[in-house]
Design a protein around this ligand. Structure first.
Ligand SMILES: NC(=O)c1ccc[n+]([C@@H]2O[C@H](COP(=O)([O-])OP(=O)(O)OC[C@H]3O[C@@H](n4cnc5c(N)ncnc54)[C@H](OP(=O)(O)O)[C@@H]3O)[C@@H](O)[C@H]2O)c1
Length: 165
């Protein structure tokens, strides 16, 4: 099972201005295209309820799993399971990849559980000064850079990292 984290960041490292800030109103069309293609290839997207409520509809052609302790939504599966248990179940259902799509709380949950093998981080040429960081807690994890790719003329760069074991 390949589990990857996928996120867009500002040049100063933020993933949003605030929890209610729409996930996609500042990212490039090339990043949106990469996100759609890569997550459709994975077939499963996992996210927290706060992120889900920024767009409030299932991402089409993908199994949508939303972490919530109480809410339910039409067209998506909700879960409270520990990451390792969820991944094992998805593997048993025949899935081979899982895309962890945020937000910071869910990125942290999966990173702390040592469930992430790969990170796709798109760096957009924009500054927020303050906002939500990728993780909500200190993380100490070495990465290996697999590739960096300029996605457009404006300077959006996609970094792929593997987690060092
Ligand atoms: N730039 C990017 O690539 C990107 C990607 C994704 C999100 N974002 C941004 O990130 C922000 C949201 O991040 P966030 O950290 O505030 O929220 P989040 O991770 O999207 O969701 C947090 C919610 O997940 C549920 N949850 C968390 N841990 C759980 C557990 N162990 N079991 C069951 N449910 C659990 C809880 O939902 P309940 O309250 O329903 O119980 C919690 O309120 C938004 O601004 C969004 O735009 C940015």
């Amino acid at each position: 099972m390949n589990v990857f984290l996928i996120a867009a960041q500002t040049a100063d490292g933020f993933i949003a201005r605030s929890s209610s800030h729409l996930a996609t109103d500042w990212t490039s069309k090339e990043d949106k295209q990469f996100f759609a293609e890569r997550t459709k290839k994975a077939r499963v997207v996992v996210m927290g309820s706060t992120t889900y409520e920024t767009f409030m509809r299932p991402l089409k052609d993908r199994l949508n799993i939303v972490y919530s302790r109480g809410k339910t939504y039409e067209g998506v599966e909700t879960t409270q399971k520990p990451p390792t248990e969820l991944i094992r179940e998805l593997q048993d259902r025949g899935y081979e990849e899982v895309a962890i799509c945020g937000g910071a709380t869910i990125y942290t949950l999966f990173m702390e559980a040592n469930c992430i093998q790969t990170l796709y981080l798109t760096r957009e040429p924009i500054l927020f000064g303050q906002g939500i960081t990728l993780f909500t807690k200190p993380i100490d994890q070495k990465l290996s850079l697999v590739s960096s790719q300029k996605l457009n003329e404006e300077g959006t760069v996609l970094f792929e990292y593997n987690v060092q074991t």
